[in-house]
Design a protein around this ligand. Sequence first.
Ligand SMILES: Cc1cc2nc3c(=O)[nH]c(=O)nc-3n(C[C@H](O)[C@H](O)[C@H](O)COP(=O)(O)O)c2cc1C
Length: 192
Amino acid sequence: MDVYDCMKKVCSTRSYLSKDVTNRNVAKILNAAHFAPSSGNIQNWRFIVVRDKDKKKEIARVCMDQLWIQEAPVVIIVCSDNSNIKLHYEKNWKKYSRENCAAAIQNLIVEAENIGLSSCWVRNFNELRIANTLKIPDSVSVEAVITIGYSKHRPIEKKHKIEELVFFENYGNRTRGISLFPLQKHLKKLIK
Ligand SMILES: Cc1cc2nc3c(=O)[nH]c(=O)nc-3n(C[C@H](O)[C@H](O)[C@H](O)COP(=O)(O)O)c2cc1C
């Protein structure tokens, strides 16, 4: 699928069919995740693939009782191994480690969509309890829980208009003199 079409289709999916996800497909989306950029090319991301029903139930519980999570056939826990990044970036390691993982997560989500799967990025969890459930060591932080599966229902969330989000030269400047404005007009020509 065209990357643009794929990104447009992505939506946070919170209900899944019982249809399983093959290991081949899991491998594809993890492979896409690990092509992401990272500060100093440290690649601090780590992934735990969870299929076990009891573990998924416990994860759903520690994600503040978001019980729909256990419906997903696969749950991927994105972690950051912080040992190396702490040595490289004494001050900013936390910020960079999180940003690196976010880049990997977005790749993962887009590739999942590309191969017909749906996903949801979940951040509302008790990190300590996830770490205990999955035997994650202290030097590793939990960055996200990602559900993966075939969607039962795909919600469509409203997005802000692009014109409201873009400024020219200075923050807040929407001057029309620039030929790229209004963006919506140009987008109409680009979008099939
Ligand atoms: C950092 C982050 C944390 C999120 N945490 C949760 C979460 O805990 N539970 C949930 O249902 N959705 C979560 N989401 C999904 C957002 O609710 C969703 O992206 C937003 O409503 C826009 O919908 P869309 O992704 O379908 O466009 C999270 C998304 C991000 C990027």
